[in-house]
Design a binder for this molecule. Structure first.
Ligand code: PEP
Ligand code: MN
Length: 338
């Protein structure tokens, strides 16, 4: 349920409505927008009648939210959300480029990547230390040592780390080193992890799973938001279809659809979507053109020797070339590449 206040509603009238919501056992979520002040009500609100509120002074109307997710919905929060991460506002006006290797492998590899990313004026460094690999025999990541390598390099170059967390038991450990928790596709519905991240106030990059619908993605965001953490960045990274020429099928349509359904920012991961570096620039340009808030892209100083996802990683010259193209388009689209 959403309570829309009149433009001339007084602070006292708003507070009276909030107290009433709480006294009925529900949670109010006040949102003061440029045009309207509204209050979302969470809890199982099927038992309350609109008439409980629409007669209150200062209330203009009461609406039922039919979507199963509420805090993540546009109805609850009409203005787009900007998530501040390491000096970058991920959201309207910016196109955030998060770059780095699939996995943290060595100090030299991460140092050269961090230096390169910083030299291009970018601020966000990705890299996995806990890797969710399909095969238990594949490289699983360096664990805490990888987190140390990543965060030390990021600190030296003034960057913020985005790294994956796979278990709710690792929140403290990973949280000591990262600026953003990445929830990978395979963990989009790891509800214990989502709930644990909801208890933190650290931004979360939530990736859509390869079998997840847009609604399921937004419901996963809702799990985190319900705990009180609203600093969520969504990420479309390709879904599984019958097509085999690409690793996944980039669901570029998800960007405008999510934009309409939700106020949360959305990135595109062209690397895992395409699975082959040759296609990564085209998918990245599609992302900026379709209105995504940025990309999460894999780069490597020498993709041929990468321990994971070398095939889809851009080398530095190819990434530089892509950045130039993104900057060219960004000017026309009225966004800044950051
Ligand atoms: C990653 O970004 O490192 C990753 C493992 O991606 P995904 O979870 O989308 O497969
Ligand atoms: Mn990868």
């Amino acid at each position: 349920m959403i309570i829309v206040f009149r433009k001339d509603a007084s602070e006292e009238q708003i507070q009276t409505a909030l107290r009433k919501i709480e006294s009925l056992g529900y949670t109010p979520h006040l949102s003061r927008g440029a045009l309207k002040t509204i209050c979302g009500v969470t809890g199982d609100d099927r038992a309350i009648a609109e008439s409980e509120f629409d007669q209150l002074p200062g209330v203009e109307s009461v609406l039922r939210v039919l979507k199963p997710y509420k805090l993540a919905s546009r109805e609850f929060h009409p203005d787009p959300t900007r998530v501040e991460v390491g000096g970058v506002a991920v959201g309207p006006g910016n196109f955030a480029v998060v770059a780095g290797p699939c996995s943290v492998e060595t100090e030299e590899q991460v140092e050269s990547t961090a230096a390169f990313v910083a030299r291009h004026g970018l601020k966000l460094l990705r890299g996995g230390a806990f890797k969710p690999r399909s095969s238990p025999y594949s490289f699983q990541g360096l664990g805490e040592q990888g987190l140390q390598i990543l965060s030390a390099a990021a600190r030296r170059h003034g960057l913020t780390v985005i790294t994956e967390i796979m278990s709710e038991h690792d929140v403290d450990l990973v949280g000591r080193y990262t600026g953003v928790f990445q929830v990978g596709a395979r963990n989009m519905q790891n509800f214990a992890l989502l709930k644990a991240l909801g208890e933190t106030r650290t931004p979360v990059l939530l990736k859509r799973s390869m079998m997840g619908t847009i609604e399921e993605l937004l419901l996963s965001a809702e799990y985190i938001m319900k705990g009180g953490n609203s600093r969520i960045i969504l990420c479309e990274r390709g879904i599984r279809t019958f097509e085999t020429q690409t690793r996944n099928t980039l669901d570029i349509a998800a960007v405008p659809v999510i934009r309409r359904l939700s106020h949360l920012p959305i990135l595109v991961d062209p690397s895992h979507a395409m699975g082959d570096w040759h296609y990564v620039p085209a998918a990245s340009l599609a992302a900026i053109a379709v209105g995504a808030d940025g990309i999460l892209v894999e780069i490597h100083p020498d993709p041929a020797v990468a321990k994971s996802d070398g095939k889809q990683s851009l080398n530095f010259p190819h990434f530089e070339d892509l950045l130039g193209k993104l900057q060219g388009l960004a000017g026309h689209l009225g966004v800044a590449v950051t």
